[in-house]
Design a binder for this molecule. Structure first.
Ligand code: ADP
Ligand code: NI
Length: 191
């Protein structure tokens, strides 16, 4: 079996029973978007693809432990026949791409990292982004107003934070869609 297929198998198992918005279909959508961006840019497509498939395995929302290194991912990568340099590049992307880690100080990312970060952020926009937000809120026993606050805190900021013009092109209609939704729901919920 090739490395990419082995990685899909590993991640499918790791994300089994995962309903916090990081299920395997999130990974498949980010993969589709990310490879679409990567194919338009001169970059290391293997690193992009591996980082996408593995990007949520060590997410603290899933593992419930906060670390600054993707321990589970690294252990898996060490079992594969990949260059040490590429393992470091993949882990560096996963360790530095999250929104929360970039809140205070913007962490530096390689071109490949910028592509992966853009693809992940695009899946937080559009109809899917809206659905994920309310699914997350429900699963964490939060009221609807709390999830709407998440639009202010994060979702509405994502478009202007995108790194690549290729991503902006894909994201624009999805961003416009959530802006409309946000304005509409604010109106309807005005009591
Ligand atoms: P990603 O996998 O894209 O890095 P996150 O881990 O930030 O995303 O969150 C997964 C999903 O849950 C996203 O769609 C995000 O908008 C949503 N989400 C995260 N935090 C909150 C929150 N506090 N309230 C509502 N939705 C949230
Ligand atoms: Ni993700």
């Amino acid at each position: 079996m090739n490395i990419i297929d082995k990685t899909w198998n590993f991640v499918t198992k790791e994300l089994e029973n995962e309903y916090s918005g990081h299920d395997i279909n999130h990974i498949k959508r980010v993969h589709k978007i990310g490879m679409q961006i990567a194919n338009k840019i001169e970059c290391d497509k293997f690193v992009v693809e591996m980082a996408i498939i593995l990007h949520d395995v060590d997410d603290p929302k899933i593992t419930k432990v906060k670390t600054d290194d993707c321990i589970i991912t690294r252990k898996f990568l060490n079992t594969l026949n990949i260059d040490v340099k590429q393992i470091e590049e993949i882990c560096n992307i996963i360790n530095n791409m999250s929104f929360s880690k970039n809140k205070e100080i913007k962490r530096s990312l390689t071109l490949e990292g910028k592509i992966v970060q853009d693809a992940d952020r695009i899946d937080a926009l559009g109809a899917v982004g809206i659905a994920r937000t309310f699914q997350f809120g429900g699963q964490n026993n939060r009221e609807m107003e709390n999830s709407i606050q998440h639009f202010d805190d994060k979702l509405l900021k994502l478009y202007s934070l995108l790194n690549t013009t290729e991503a902006k092109e894909i994201a624009k209609p999805r961003y416009d869609f959530i802006v409309n939704f946000y304005n509409q729901i604010k109106q309807e919920m005005d009591i």
